[in-house]
Ligand binder design. Sequence first.
Ligand SMILES: *Cc1c(COP(=O)(O)O)cnc(C)c1O
Length: 367
Amino acid sequence: MLTIAAPLVEKEEIKAVNDVLSSGMLAQGPKVAELEEKWARYCGTKYALAVNSGTAAIHAALFAAGVNEGDEVITTPFSFIATINPILMLGAKPVLVDIDENSFNIDAGLIEKAITKKTKAIIPVHLYGQPADMTEINKLAKKYKLAVIEDACQAIGAEYKNKKAGNLGDLGCFSLYATKNIMCGEGGMVTTNSKSHADAIRRFRQHGMDAQYQYRHLGFNYRMSDLHAAIAIEQLKKVDKFNKKRQDNAKIFNKKLDRTDKITLPKVSAGRSHVFHQYTIRVDKSSKLDSGLLAKKLREKDIIAGIYYPKPLHYFDHIAKYGYKKGSFPVAEKVASEVLSLPVHPKITSKDADYISKSIKEILDGF
Ligand SMILES: *Cc1c(COP(=O)(O)O)cnc(C)c1O
């Protein structure tokens, strides 16, 4: 069975966890500090702060950026729900902007129209592992004095004009959830070059504390444990190797599925690298086939494909209530009905990638 995701745990991760277990220091401690230092160095930022999920990372980043009740935050309707929920957790309003159908990322050309006096921040999501149009987004942010918070949860190691994701805005957010390009089960990181942002995040993950039992503001328990950090340190050593394997698998799909009828392959825009958290094709619905049926047929061949994401986020009640409905974001709506992600992770061998390509061609020939 070729699954859509599989954590790659090797002897190094197991040893690292055992060492922490034997050390007696299990909560946030030296391993978290080591991870933060190495993560910052990898991304090229001054600071990296560990938290216990990507959702917590986005929540903490928005807090550090000063997002408050009644503020507006601009983002995309085509993402995982954890991009938007932290905006709501701060009592702010998500202002959604449609996407570009070639990159699946926020359409930077539509952002300016969405900016109001209440706008505080923009969250571009580097969806599937490809950076958003950061030059354009940063230009607008500068003009209107907005914070840029990258949702880089799917994009560790991706580059934009030779800079790493996480170092392309004011704050960068990562997830170490089990299915991500590198993982520790559950975990998150925030990167920044700002000391005051870093300090705010350190407090926010620890009940708002700035000295023992002194609570400067609201905070949570968003700390990462040393057990998780130990796994993440080992995974970070392998990130380039893992991403290269994903890119090699993507190359096989690009080659073998090129000019195949009824599907569109993912495109990589100029000036950036794609780390293929997902390799996502679009299935043309003008034939009798659609993404759901292709997924079903692939499953009969022991290939598990995934639909990320079957519904744009403005379809859900707790987001629709901000004034969105079907038709609000036509590109995101169309794309959501067409996407299908193929297994591309490092446990997929080049032979597997050949088999997946061949299987798709066979299925498409029947339609
Ligand atoms: C995984 C993910 C998140 C949330 O990360 P968790 O660690 O699951 O909380 C947020 N945004 C995107 C785009 C993600 O893929």
